[in-house]
Design a binder for this molecule. Structure first.
Ligand code: GTP
Length: 416
């Protein structure tokens, strides 16, 4: 194709440069406009001990005061606090959900401390799966609450990871993108920090814990992302306090020996975290959540429900076949259960009938016995009555003869 100048020279045609976008090159702009109209959603899970600086770091990251009350150290179980905020930066709206652990690491028995965290992550994945399985889906209005990133706050001991850290991360690494952070990194010296970072990374590797790797497959971000991967875990400091440094007001923490500037890259990794999390890799975190963690969860759940892509003969099986087989299996199971219930019912009826018959016979026997006793009683009374009547007759006879005798005696006396 001859370039513009050549055409101009040849045909003396005036060429104009286009001011806007035409044709399908507009497609990316349509996407951008639509996304801006819809707004964005991002869900962060903060896991860390009570008072380790979770709220302060989130406030510092989003440069806002999200107003959160301090938690107590005396909960008998680990809980989760879920808060959703609507934030706006220029014309971009963000629906931010922050989930924070409450009482994490405060119990004597820490064996099940990670369970509520797993349950929460799984519940969000399950909710999405249930929406996906619906016949009438409404993803447009659906609030996707799947956790896009887990910021894991490590205590700045300078020593090593605690067993609870390893246990929790091991149990959630297949469910969520983990970015490990060394919290309150201002409490640890520069030398100790480097050793602590490599100790943590070695421990994570030796325990087979997968943390989120900033992607290196996109050439525009590959270099920065791969250098950031080498700086994990980020040593962060949070603060919403404004401190005067020279003539400038900066966010920082004021100490008797100086000021720690949160946004000074020589002081801590806060800016690196913010850039990686919000500016460079937010979309990738969401994509990983969907394509890796959700996919893994969905696959396990569908397999548990009995779905499979290939049959025992390694031949592809269609969804329809599996559905029909499952339906038949369910129908057979229902039939079996119905038959069992019928049998059980018949048996119960028979048992009841036998018991009732026995009770009836017992009553009949009792009745017959009572009837006999009553008849004997009547006969006895009849006999007694008869005897009594005979006695009365005898008595009257005796009375009459005695009266006759008495009359004769009187008559004889008068004669005399
Ligand atoms: P709960 O939600 O109650 O578990 O606490 P949290 O983990 O959200 O901690 P929070 O942000 O409330 O901070 C607890 C205390 O630590 C506050 O006094 C903060 O000022 C302080 N703090 C927070 N971040 C840092 C930090 O980076 N360095 C230092 N030295 N202190 C910090």
């Amino acid at each position: 194709i001859p370039d513009d100048e050549e055409i101009q020279k040849e045909d003396n045609i005036r060429c104009l440069t286009t001011l806007g976008h035409f044709g399908f090159e507009c497609f990316p702009y349509q996407l951008v406009n639509r996304s801006i109209q819809q707004g964005f959603a991002f869900n962060i899970l903060c896991v860390g001990e009570t008072g380790i600086g979770k709220s302060t770091l989130i406030d510092t990251l989003f440069n806002t005061n999200l107003k959160d009350n301090k938690s107590s150290h005396f909960y008998s179980n680990v809980g989760l606090k879920i808060q959703t905020y609507e934030l706006q930066e220029s014309n971009v709206q963000l629906k931010l959900t922050v989930v924070k652990t409450v009482g994490y690491g405060d119990q004597l028995n820490k064996e099940t401390s990670y369970q509520p965290i797993i349950d929460y992550i799984d519940a969000q994945l399950e909710a999405y799966l249930q929406e996906e399985l619906k016949i009438k889906r409404s993803f447009f209005e659906y609030h996707d609450s799947r956790v896009h990133v887990c910021l894991y706050f490590i205590s700045p001991t300078g020593h090593s990871l605690k067993s609870l850290d390893l246990l929790t991360m091991k149990n959630i690494d297949s469910r969520v993108n983990i970015i490990p952070l060394i919290a309150k990194a201002d409490t640890i010296s520069k030398n100790d920090l480097q050793k602590f970072k490599s100790k943590i990374m070695n421990e994570l590797i030796s325990n087979g814990i997968q943390i989120y790797q900033f992607p290196t497959d996109d050439e525009t971000t590959a270099q920065v992302n791969s250098s950031m991967n080498g700086l994990l875990p980020f040593a962060v400091v949070g603060s919403m306090d404004e401190v005067k440094v020279g003539k400038r007001m900066v966010r920082g923490r004021h100490y008797p020996w100086g000021v720690l500037q949160v946004e000074n890259e020589n002081h801590c990794d806060f800016v690196k975290l913010r850039d990686m999390l919000l500016c460079t890799n937010m979309e990738n975190l969401k994509e990983q959540t969907h394509t890796q963690h959700y996919e893994c969860y969905r696959c396990c759940r569908l397999q548990k429900m009995g779905f499979t892509d290939v049959g025992p003969d390694n031949q592809p099986v269609s969804f329809q076949e599996i559905y029909e087989a499952k339906r038949q299996e369910f129908y057979d199971q229902c039939q079996r259960q119905e038959e069992e219930l019928k049998q059980r019912f018949m048996q119960l009826v028979k048992e009841k009938e036998t018991t009732l018959k026995e009770a009836e016979k017992e009553l009949q026997d009792k009745f017959e016995h009572l009837k006999r006793v009553q008849q004997e009683e009547i006969m006895k009374l009849e006999e007694e009555r008869r005897q009594l009547e005979e006695e009365i007759i005898d008595f009257y006879k005796m009375k009459a003869s005695s009266e006759t005798l008495q009359t004769q005696v009187c008559t004889n006396t008068k004669k005399d």
